[in-house]
Write a protein that binds this ligand. Structure first.
Ligand code: MRU
Length: 350
């Protein structure tokens, strides 16, 4: 098994998060027991990547209601649960795993509202642990299905980070890379640096390096040349939300990569646990795209790289239309177009 650093864990009554804003310079863990700190960690991308955000939010919701006195009564507990749920749900809008995880905990409490407060608290913590365990298994299953698409592939290109640090397992897009390595096969990864927050440069290259796996960093603008030169035979990325028609929201720049892959006849694969597939969202136009602080573009760390007051447009994600997606790899199997029908068939068993 390849060694991995855990992005999200629960230990000693605290949520332990690797502070990903400090990578690659520093490996520091935050030990949180205050829901406001969990909110801040999600908002500031200390924990990031759709499944990891969901896991952190689930533990955050437990921590938020753990403050309710044991003798407060179920009504007061449920009111606080809803309040903390709404608060955490406002931390970031695009990754559907955030809402999925929060609502899963709320549903457990609603089902068991006849129980006393200590029992409800224990059940919520148990459910958060279940989300983490399931995510770990989903990552491995995605990796196995993705490998069936990567026969003969020597190198892949990825964008952003959909590896172990974005999940609670071995990642989604990077899962086949880890599984191949476990089986003695090396698949080389070209990692886009992923402007403006550099998840590719800072996080993907770091985590693959920690695991001893080969990775080459490129600037975002180099992907076209890398494809034209035949250096990659497939693209594989993660996603924050897949709409019912197969449109895919992922880190800004992904759409451009998909167009480039199409132009060069290279398959474009999206790895997605079923917790990221949102059948309630009909298409990409209905996905809320997070707009972030303009200073993320005006500055590079401490350094000013654009005039202080320059107008900025800084969407954190874009939508790749389903027609550019060759396959969506879920833990339940590989989904090929037409996605409108096949997502339901593979994921919901309809
Ligand atoms: O803003 P981030 O770093 O949270 O964006 C992360 C991504 O875009 C990932 O590709 C996505 O969440 C999938 S993670 C398995």
């Amino acid at each position: 098994m390849v060694e991995r650093v855990e992005a999200v864990r629960f230990e000693g009554g605290k949520l332990v998060l690797l502070d990903q804003t400090l990578l690659p310079g520093e490996k520091r863990f935050l030990h949180l027991d205050d829901v406001a700190d969990v909110f801040e960690a999600i908002r500031m991308l200390r924990v990031r990547g759709a499944p990891a955000i969901g896991g952190a939010a689930a533990y955050g919701l437990y921590l938020g209601v753990n403050e309710v006195p044991d003798d407060a009564g179920t009504e007061a507990f449920m009111a606080k649960l809803q309040e903390v749920r709404d608060y955490l749900a406002s931390s970031r809008p695009t990754a559907v795993n955030l809402f999925w995880a929060l609502d899963r905990l709320v549903a457990v409490a609603e089902r068991e509202r006849a129980s006393d407060v200590p029992t409800l608290k224990a059940r919520l913590l148990e459910e958060a642990h279940a989300i983490k365990r399931e995510d770990e298994a989903m990552c491995r299953a995605i990796g196995q299905h993705a490998l069936t698409l990567l026969g003969g592939v020597e190198s892949v290109l990825t964008h952003c980070n959909a590896g172990s640090l974005a999940t609670m397992g071995i990642g989604t897009a990077l899962a086949p890379i880890y599984l191949a390595a476990e089986g003695g096969r090396q698949i080389h990864v070209f990692s886009d640096e992923t402007r403006p927050l550099l998840q590719g440069a800072r996080i993907t290259t770091w985590e693959l390096g920690q695991a001893g796996l080969p990775v080459t960093l490129i600037a975002d603008g180099m992907a076209a040349s890398v494809m034209r030169q035949g250096r990659v035979q497939a693209v594989i990325v993660g996603t924050d939300r897949v709409a019912a028609n197969g449109d895919v929201a992922n880190k800004i720049g992904t759409y451009g990569v998909a167009i480039l892959a199409h132009e060069h006849g290279i398959p474009f694969y999206v790895a997605a646990p079923s917790s990221t597939i949102d059948f309630a969202t009909p298409d990409g136009d209905a996905i809320e795209i997070e707009l972030r602080d303009p200073d993320e573009l005006r500055r590079l760390g401490e350094r000013q790289t654009a005039p202080a007051g320059v107008e900025v447009y800084n969407p954190a994600f874009d939508v790749t239309p389903a027609r550019l997606v060759s396959a969506i790899v879920t833990e339940k199997g590989v989904v090929k177009p037409p996605f409108e029908r096949n997502l339901r068939k593979v994921v919901l068993g309809e």
